[in-house]
Design a binder for this molecule. Sequence first.
Ligand code: XIL
Length: 324
Amino acid sequence: ASPLRELAAAKGRSFGVALDAKFFANDAAYNALVAREFDMVVAGNVMKWEPLNRNGRFTYRWANPDALVAFAQTNGMKVRGHTLAWHQQNPTWLTGATWSADTLRQLLKEHVDSVVGHYKGKIHAWDVVNEALNDGSGSLRTTGSPWAPALGRDYIDVAFTEARRVDPGALLFYNDYNLEFPGAKQDSAFALIQGMKARNVPIDGIGFQAHLQVGGGATAPSRQALVNTFNRFAALGLKIEITELDVRVRTPGATAADLAAQAQAYGDVVAACLAVSACDAILVWGVNDGESWINTTFPGWGQALLFDDALGTKATYTAVRTAL
Ligand code: XIL
């Protein structure tokens, strides 16, 4: 059977995966599976500000992310860079001090210069800004953010403009969750990007994280709803990528119907991407269920990915294959 990456390539798409501790443990079977099935990778954590730069201004820990990029190059995979400006996983040297607005702008530019510069020419796309909008209302997220309280929306423009200047060859994405559903947050992301375009701030794409759930009262967006959403953003001239796909179910206790709905949700996301020419990549947020962030972040939910913990394929994998 052809691996996912071959099936996706035949449709002009990439199929990717987030890599984290299991990858860096150099588990031969795991890493061989990654190289066989996927043609795009993203770091689950090690390119974020805190893991990369926890030891102080200008002090970067490149070893793990460099190993990830080297693995990708060896195996003919593209790399997504994740992420440059976010309200989470920032180093305490940054968040624990009080900075003037001018200095904050400078720190953000410095970080973009260091990281985008280090990987210049090696990154397919950067998630320049991650999760800038509050869930629900879609207002600018300030809680926990080093940037928004002092700089407002301007920090977004600064980060994108600087990233373009440093690596003009990398696509620049805005990435967020719960944009898969119509509503205030999706409208706000649309307005944000429209505004950036009006101000000539460089942006090439929008990342739909797609952390979806089924069962326990939750339903995933329909295939048609996804197509409509993707088309809405494609009309702004953006590329679309599904950047962090997982579909969680209640666990223990997922019913056969839940698992069938989960597989269908995976298939619907893939089919929706294939239906929209601007959608060029789908990435899952981890390989096997046991390594998923869902297990710790959403207690009572799990079994969210394509492979079980013996690295066997699940019904979700079959659904993705069939849709590709
Ligand atoms: C998650 C990682 O998978 C976890 O290991 C970490 O503890 C927290 O972050 N949205 C994002 C990702 O953009 O960076 C998050 O990754 C999951 C939600």
